[in-house]
Write a protein that binds this ligand. Structure first.
Ligand code: ADP
Ligand code: MG
Length: 249
């Protein structure tokens, strides 16, 4: 399988802090790749670098064979890259449907045009995506009225509006109750299998990683500590020590 995303020696510094150092990783077309690591190990920084939010200091980021490390956020989004945030970002005082309508990539139509014209095919896709994540009955409801887990689903459906080829998910199950975690895992699998979206997932929950990921990268202190299949990673002594302070997962 060829790589949809490939990082080569990516280093990002914030003043004197080296947030990520010399990170190389690959995400194959159609795969689900996990990224784990203790807090502060550089996971979100790497996401921000991939989507163009932080320019990298060294290294390159290739998306479908093209170097995107010098492109800006909208250019990268237009190529088919979307992300969700560690702290869910939705527009609380808008309806769920409207949240989706305004999250169509600014690049393609222009946000202002989107808001006024609301092309029928865009509304149709918005309804389809709300149904896909199970929020169809909530389309007219204000996002502020949703539960925490439902807001996560809404954010997910917003990210899908751009028909991404690669979706970066920053801790999608954090703070979500165990029952909803199960449906989230099933939904992410469907997004991968039915919609054909490749996934790169930051996740602390090892059970989720085991059920979801084909391959896992573990960061610690901004460095790549280990990589492998979920069983290899879960059985890796260094990972257990760095991640869990020596406690068995
Ligand atoms: P993780 O997502 O793995 O918890 P982060 O990528 O958020 O880790 O952080 C990695 C390191 O980079 C931390 O030391 C953090 O304080 C630092 N860092 C992250 N973003 C910034 C920023 N915008 N400015 C300065 N330092 C930052
Ligand atoms: Mg983070």
């Amino acid at each position: 399988m060829t790589d949809l995303l490939a990082l080569h020696g990516v280093t990002k510094r914030f003043g004197g802090v080296v947030a990520t150092h010399d990170i190389s990783m690959q995400v194959a077309h159609g795969s689900i790749v996990g990224m784990i690591g203790p807090n502060g190990s550089g996971k979100t920084t790497l996401f921000n670098a991939i989507v163009g939010y932080h320019p990298v200091d060294q290294g390159s980021i290739m998306f479908d064979g093209r170097d995107i490390s010098r492109l800006c956020v909208p250019e990268i989004a237009r190529l088919g890259l979307a992300r969700t945030f560690q702290q869910t970002r939705v527009f609380s005082n808008m309806s769920c449907l409207r949240n989706l309508l305004v999250s169509v990539p600014h690049a393609r139509e222009g946000l202002a045009a989107m808001c006024t014209r609301q092309a029928p095919e865009v509304s149709a896709r918005a309804r389809q995506m709300l149904r896909f994540v199970g929020l169809h009955d909530h389309q007219a409801q204000l996002a502020a009225e949703l539960s925490f887990g439902q807001r996560k689903l809404l954010e997910l459906s917003m990210a899908l509006m751009s028909e991404p080829r690669l979706l970066l998910l920053d801790e999608p199950t954090a703070g979500v109750n165990p029952v909803m975690i199960e449906s989230l895992i099933a939904l992410l699998r469907e997004i991968n299998a039915r919609l054909g979206v490749t996934l790169l997932v930051i996740e602390h929950n090892m059970r989720v990683i085991s059920q979801l990921a084909d391959y896992v990268y573990c960061l610690a202190h901004g460095e790549l500590l280990a990589q492998g299949t979920p069983p290899q990673i879960l059985g890796n002594r260094e990972v257990i020590d760095a991640y869990l302070g020596g406690a068995q997962p």
